[in-house]
Write a protein that binds this ligand. Structure first.
Ligand code: FEO
Length: 171
């Protein structure tokens, strides 16, 4: 049985993750429009991961007899001035999600909700990776600067990303 406060907070996180998925799908469309198909692929895979994150919270609530309340998903931005700006937004967004996860963990510990804490532990680790990935790509884009060749090479690299269901997760 889950306390109402925790249930509501986890419902809000479903929305945060769903918005994340929307945001990266929007970035994917923007990269497609710039003919940067590798970047578009990377963002599409990212969007798939975020949809899985939303479902992990969904399953957690349902599995504990809580009540799922899906709220409207805000419209994400649709235009960026450069790939660099898109990845600056990505990093900023992931830092925001990390803060959300940490405050959920604070609440779980305060409420002595051990089941929620275990689920959230996975997300604490995941966020370290999410931020590291965004930081790495941002650094690479800064290195590439105005070089078309560098951007071409990076696009090729990002085109190789394939979606993988996280180990131990079924949605
Ligand atoms: Fe679900 Fe990118 O954090």
């Amino acid at each position: 049985m889950m306390k109402t406060k925790m249930n509501e907070a986890l419902n809000r996180q479903i929305n945060e993750e769903a918005f994340s998925s929307y945001l990266y799908l929007s970035m994917s469309a923007w990269f497609e429009s710039r003919n940067l198909k590798g970047f578009a692929n990377w963002m599409k895979v990212q969007a798939q991961e975020e949809a899985v994150h939303a479902k992990i919270f969904f399953n957690h609530i349902v599995g504990r007899g809580g009540s799922v309340k899906l709220e409207a998903i805000a419209a994400p931005k649709t235009e960026w001035t450069s790939p660099l700006e898109a990845f600056k937004d990505t990093l900023e967004h992931e830092r925001h999600i990390t803060a959300c996860i940490h405050s959920l963990m604070d609440l779980a510990l305060k409420e002595k909700d051990h089941a929620a804490a275990i689920t959230l532990q996975w997300f604490v680790t995941e966020q370290v990776e999410e931020e590291a990935n965004a930081e790495e790509l941002l650094a690479k884009l800064e290195m590439v600067g105005e070089s078309r060749q560098g951007l071409f090479m990076l696009d090729k690299e990002l085109g190789a990303r394939v979606f993988q269901m996280p180990a131990g997760v079924t949605v």
